[in-house]
Each structure stands twice: as structure tokens, then as C-alpha cells.
Design a protein around this ligand. Structure first.
Ligand SMILES: [Zn+2]
Length: 130
């Protein structure tokens, strides 16, 4: 599979139950581009969470927590529409021990990525919510 946005490799992951209700799409899985970080809903659910550290070292080693952060990226892409949901998903990530703002800082500073969304700008907007 390759990303329709940039042609990069995609990781497919199950949507964690803890955040499923906050996503605008009710499909059970999604893909994350390892290059531009675009997230798209998917129907086929993989058996396991992938290794998100392949995308960036900013991701935690725990795959399910990585999937929560990937869901957050999807919401940040349309933060104006999904403010409250983004806040809830960020809270879930924090509950799992992730410093969400630090995570976004590290993503923004990762030279191996070419994010389609303005990570630094979204980080500043999210900072005002949480
Ligand atoms: Zn891409």
C-alpha cells in the first residue's frame, strides 16, 4: 500500500477502543503514512498494532499507544472541526504516559518526515486546549 498523498509507505493499524468514539469515521482501522503522516480510515483490521517507531522515534514503543497518537494526528489535521475530540484523544494519550506536546515537538523536528500538516502550528493550538 502506498499513500495517495505522497506515495510513501503506509502502516495499517486497528483503532484502539478507547478512542474509537471520538473519530469522525467509524471504520475499525486506519492507515498512517510513514512519510507525510496522513491518516486515512481503512476497513481491514490487522491482527496486531504495527511498530510506530518505524515512522519516527517520537512514537512510543507500545503499539496501541502509538495508534492513539496516530488518531490524534488525524484529528489535528482538522482541528477546527474536531476540537473537543482532539482534546479527549490527547487526554487518553496523556493517561497512557505520553507527553503529547513533547511528542509533537519531536515529530516536527524529525528530519526523516515530511508532514502534510503544520505540526508546530497544531501543537500551539492544542496547547491552548489541554
Ligand atoms: Zn504520505
Amino acid at each position: 500500500m502506498s499513500c495517495p498523498n505522497c506515495g510513501g509507505e503506509e502502516l495499517r493499524f486497528p483503532i484502539p477502543e478507547a478512542v474509537a468514539e471520538y473519530l469522525p469515521d467509524d471504520r475499525p482501522a486506519a492507515t498512517l503514512c510513514t512519510n507525510c503522516l496522513a491518516v486515512a480510515p481503512a476497513d481491514d483490521v490487522p491482527d496486531e498494532y504495527p511498530d510506530f517507531t518505524r515512522v519516527s522515534d517520537a512514537f512510543p514503543a507500545d503499539g496501541e499507544t502509538g495508534a492513539v497518537l496516530a488518531c490524534l494526528l488525524a484529528l489535528l489535521d482538522r482541528l477546527v472541526v474536531h476540537r473537543e475530540d482532539a482534546e479527549r484523544v490527547a487526554t487518553e494519550a496523556e493517561r497512557r504516559g505520553v507527553d503529547v506536546l513533547l511528542f509533537l515537538d519531536r515529530l516536527a523536528g524529525d528530519p526523516g518526515l515530511d508532514p502534510q500538516l503544520d505540526v508546530e502550528r497544531r501543537r500551539r493550538q492544542l496547547e491552548q486546549l489541554i
